[in-house]
Design a protein around this ligand. Structure first.
Ligand code: BG6
Length: 491
């Protein structure tokens, strides 16, 4: 089993979940800055705000899935709430140390996102924030100096709240121009430092509203938001190539691997239809360059009418993604039968699979599903795959001597990498693998930093107590060996 010589190894983090420094360097607030730190047993995080009548309220959700504030609501911070994302892992102040640790592990790549709120805190009108531009230049220079070739994502649900207040969010086409202005700055300023980009992170998560109670108005708005993001992404791909023909631009989708719970043909159809709706709808639009044959059925089901201009269609055709980044954590089962018990997951939930073990957070661990899913999407798109998120969220214990024995995490990663090697052997074209959250960071769904994914431990707990000191976990040393042997030494 052999991976390509230039196979990329590293980890992935995101600005909002790792950086902190939420009000430093000219950065404007983003939605998740107003979300509490949640806990594993809660039904989700709470986005707190002030209602028009002066009372305090919240809307439930998770990072990526918070709704707009209700009419008349205003964003406000409350003294008695702990906001975990404000400091997160303090990558903002620790990035040099973190990059040195990544280099020590032998990383050839690193994925993070650029916070739009550091570049254009108040949109085009408010002007460019040079301090934000320099912050990322310094990170990318540091990476290059350590021989790390970054893959950078432009958008991960963290536009300044200014856009919601000004335009009402992504359903307004003005957002396309705002995004392109932001993208242009990134492609131009970092031209000599970055040549692998992804436009939107897990763009298909926008479609998860379908699993929640909703009306036609919400469906119309969500499909418009998504269409505007798809068009913005296509135009950004074209722009990236105009600015630097060496640029390779991909998209990133949330991997949802589902099995029919029973052999009932209704379950099989239901499961496949969900793959079409939640994954292939976006994948086809961004990789094949047009909406799929089943799109009209989907719009009809939701009573949605989309205005798609000729220019949109042209741009989608011309601005297709060259590689497919995706996340994979777990699989679940789907059924039309009502009596099955449900399991949890970060964004997708489903029916419990009796053949699989669960993580402490109830996510079903399925390395073979990882290989199955790689085949499924590679067979459909035939472009290189980049595994951009994979990992185990778990509680870690620091021993008296400072060591952290995270054999559970090593086991999870080992079994997934084994399947990745087999997939490569079976013909899947793989560009690289980055674990999720290699530096402990704030969980998207629960807001906990104690749900740790890292190879590098961050001394911080869910109450905001800690020093942000970094420690190497056992998985740090194990991953270093894996990278050095290009995946051959897994034990
Ligand atoms: C991915 C998201 O789907 O799941 C990440 O892109 C997120 O932002 C990850 O952190 C793991 O989920 P959670 O809820 O454990 O943080």
């Amino acid at each position: 089993m052999v991976l390509k010589k230039d196979f990329l190894w590293g980890t992935s983090i995101s600005a909002a979940q790792a950086e902190g420094g939420w009000n430093e360097g000219g950065r404007a607030p983003v939605q998740v800055d107003y979300a509490d730190s949640g806990n594993a047993s809660s039904s989700g995080r709470r986005l707190l705000f002030r209602k028009a009548d002066g009372t305090r309220d919240f809307v439930p959700g998770a990072y990526a899935m918070f709704p707009h504030l209700p009419e008349g609501g205003t964003y406000e911070l409350f003294d008695d709430v702990y906001y975990a994302n404000h400091n997160a892992s303090d990558f903002y102040h620790h990035y040099k140390e973190d990059i040195a640790l990544m280099a020590e592990m032998g990383f050839s790549t690193f994925n993070t996102t650029i916070s739009w709120a550091r570049i254009y805190p108040r949109g085009i009108e408010g002007g460019l924030n040079q301090e934000g531009v320099e912050f990322y230049r310094s990170i990318f220079t540091e990476l290059r100096d350590h021989g790390i070739d970054p893959v950078i994502t432009l958008y991960k649900y963290d536009e300044p709240v200014y856009f919601e207040q000004t335009y009402g969010g992504w359903s307004n086409r003005a957002m396309i121009d705002e995004f392109l202005a932001f993208a242009k700055v990134c492609f131009t300023e970092y031209k000599d430092l970055v040549n692998k980009w992804m436009t939107f992170n897990e763009i298909n998560v926008l479609l998860l509203f379908r699993n929640l109670p909703h009306d036609r108005k919400i469906a119309q708005e969500k499909f418009e938001e998504l269409h505007n993001q798809i068009v913005a992404a296509a135009r950004a791909v074209k722009l990236a190539h105009e600015i630097n023909p060496e640029n390779r631009v991909g998209t990133m989708l949330c991997g949802q691997c589902s099995y029919p719970f029973t052999p009932d043909p209704e379950d099989v159809m239901f499961t496949y239809k969900e793959f079409q709706d939640l994954f292939a709808y976006c994948g086809d639009a961004m990789i094949r360059g047009s909406y799929p044959s089943f799109a009209q059925r989907l719009w009809d089901e939701e009573g949605v009418h989309l205005e798609i201009t000729e220019q949109d269609r042209k741009d989608m055709k011309e601005g297709t993604s060259e590689f497919l980044g995706f996340s994979y954590y777990m699989s679940s089962c789907r059924t039309t039968h009502k009596d099955a018990s449900v399991v949890s997951g970060n964004v997708f939930t489903g029916v419990e699979n009796p053949y699989l073990e669960k993580s402490e957070w109830g996510w079903q661990i399925d390395p073979v599903g990882f290989r199955y899913f790689m085949h499924l999407i590679y067979d459909r798109y035939n472009i290189p795959l980049l595994v951009i998120e994979n990992g185990l969220g778990a509680k870690d214990r620091v021993e008296e001597d400072g060591s952290i024995h995270d054999s559970y995490r090593i086991n999870y990663l080992r079994e997934h990498i084994r399947q990745l090697l087999q997939a490569a052997d079976e013909g899947v074209d793989l560009m690289g693998y980055t674990t999720w959250g290699g530096i402990d960071l704030v969980s998207a769904s629960t807001g906990q930093i104690e749900k740790r994914y890292g190879l590098i431990y961050v001394d911080m707990n869910d109450k905001g107590e800690g020093t942000f000191e970094r420690k190497r976990k056992d998985s740090f040393f194990w991953y270093k060996k894996v990278i050095k042997s290009n995946g051959k030494e897994l034990d």
